[in-house]
Write a protein that binds this ligand. Structure first.
Ligand code: FES
Ligand code: FES
Length: 156
């Protein structure tokens, strides 16, 4: 049994230490907002936060999460009103939606580190998050809008 803290809650899971964190999140804990894309750290669909850092959960053994704070898209905000989530809705960013939780989790780290990112900051931060539907322009606009909302104290 492994003890984890996921989205602020203590969880005990029956898993081998080398099981990918993504499998534990989706299959053991039912947190299906985090997606499996490539399974090889190439697409970013599986991005979650580990002690505030964006990690690829498909290649992160669950043992690395023991004693750390794991946050998934479900735990990004207590009421789904993180500035990025509000901006995403406003800009109608998703197309098929598959990549979007990974995009938002990666962008959340950027906004925490840089309150008013430039286009280049956004492109650099999200370069490893692929979107087959090509929503990159809307993603970029929504990250700028989220920065505005956060500056005004909107969302949480
Ligand atoms: S599924 Fe993890 S990076 Fe693609
Ligand atoms: S919205 Fe379809 S892959 Fe990004």
């Amino acid at each position: 049994m492994l003890k984890l803290t996921v989205n602020g809650k203590a969880r005990t899971v029956d898993a081998r230490p080398d099981m990918p964190l993504l499998w534990v999140l989706r299959d053991r804990l039912g947190l299906t907002g985090t997606k499996l894309g490539c399974g090889m750290a190439q697409c970013g669909a599986c991005t979650v936060h580990l002690d505030g850092e964006a990690v690829r959960s498909c290649v992160t053994p669950v043992s690395r999460a023991v004693g750390k704070q794991v946050v998934t898209i479900e735990g990004l905000s207590p009421d789904n009103r993180h500035p990025l989530q509000l901006a995403w809705l406003e800009a109608d960013v998703p197309q098929c939606g598959y990549c979007q939780s990974g995009q938002i989790m990666a962008a959340a780290v950027l906004l925490r580190e840089k309150a008013d990112p430039t286009d280049e900051d956004i492109d650099r931060c999200l370069a490893g998050n692929l979107c087959r539907c090509g929503t990159y322009q809307r993603i970029r606009a929504a990250v700028h809008r989220a920065a505005e909302l956060a500056a005004k104290g909107g969302g949480r």
